[in-house]
Write a protein that binds this ligand. Structure first.
Ligand code: GTR
Length: 331
């Protein structure tokens, strides 16, 4: 070995050793996690995600810093799902509907009138059915479900008044990207127009669509009430929402950090649900004060009957049928 080579090796060793000492002495590097969210910052889901981030930061001594980008700043829902699967986004909150085509079992929770009330939704998603869906979503979509958020009941809103299913005939109704949603609207004799959430306002304003369907808080926070002045309380679906972490990110987290993430997500979800109940009321009050005509649907029977064929198409297979039965049996 020449003198030069020895000198180089020694220098290399010294550097490597110094680096090792430095790494072990320094606290673990802080991680910045980027989260996707479709809603405006004061929405219950947004506040739930922010709360989750605060709890995780506290409990990880600021090692995990979660920043949620609200108002779909990181893209529309379908793109965000792809990015999350690849690990380009670290966490997000999604409604189950855009996952319907990707994980068909999620369709069962989207089915019209499958849930009796909010408490039935909670018991289902917080119990064995929710756990099973979480496993399927993880296996097929590369994302880990850490908790469930409320999304209330979805109802029809339109540019002209709807009182009965017959009034839906021929209307162009915006739906989420899901075959089940297309069929649900068609079952009422209306035409389904899949559109991203962020394009619904303009769609209503320009008459590209005649209506859409959503819960009170989204109808109000997206200001759809300004351009679709009639809300009919059809309450046809209670499809819930998930909070997820991308699998690549999750796999790099230590078991202790995963525990912190899960526990904090459950607490954030309890907080979101409380905010949700309040926001449903305040959003309704706000749109009523703004002059929206609310048509109370007291007899949902005719709506339910027209949508019943969806159960054959989407829950006809034995595994899907079994899931429907298990949900109905939840007390
Ligand atoms: C909202 C839901 C969003 C999105 C939106 C939509 O109620 O929270 O995740 O699914 O509806 O209709 O696109």
């Amino acid at each position: 070995m020449s003198d030069r080579t020895i000198a180089k090796t020694l220098a290399g060793c010294t550097l490597a050793a110094a680096a090792a000492i430095l790494i072990s002495a320094a606290p673990a590097a802080a991680q910045e996690w980027r989260g996707w969210n479709i809603h405006v910052p004061d929405y219950p889901n947004s506040r739930g995600l922010d709360r989750w981030g605060e709890l995780v930061a506290q409990r990880s001594n600021n090692r995990i810093r979660m920043r949620t980008f609200h108002s779909a700043q990181l893209g529309q829902q379908d793109e965000a799902i792809q990015q999350l699967r690849l690990g380009a986004i670290d966490f997000a909150n999604f409604n189950l509907s855009p996952l319907n085509n990707l994980v068909p079992e999620t369709q069962v929770l989207t089915l019209p009138f499958i849930f009796r009330d909010v408490s039935h939704v909670h018991k289902t998603v917080d119990g064995a059915v929710g756990d099973e869906l979480a496993r399927l979503i993880e296996a097929r979509l590369n994302m880990v479900v850490v908790s469930w958020f409320d999304a209330g009941a979805r109802s029809m809103y339109t540019r002209r008044q709807v009182r009965t299913p017959a009034d839906m005939q021929g209307l162009k109704i915006r739906v989420q990207t899901s075959d089940l949603w297309v069929d649900l609207v068609r079952a009422l004799g209306a035409n389904a127009t899949p559109l991203p959430f962020g394009e619904v306002y303009t769609g209503l304003q320009t008459g590209v669509i005649d209506g859409a369907e959503n819960n009170w808080p989204s109808y109000e926070s997206q200001r759809h009430f300004e351009v679709a002045r009639f809300y009919a309380t059809t309450e046809h679906s209670n499809v819930p929402e998930i909070v997820v972490v991308s699998k690549p990110r999750w796999d790099r987290a230590s078991p202790a950090d995963r525990e912190i993430l899960r526990t904090a997500a459950r607490e954030a979800s309890a907080y979101q649900r409380q905010l949700w109940a309040e926001r449903e009321k305040s959003s309704r009050d706000k749109v009523v004060a703004a002059g929206v005509t609310v048509t109370e649907i007291t007899d949902r029977g005719p709506w339910q009957q027209l949508m019943a064929p969806l159960y054959e198409k989407y829950a006809g297979a034995p595994n899907m049928r079994a899931l429907v039965d298990r949900i109905r049996a939840v007390q």
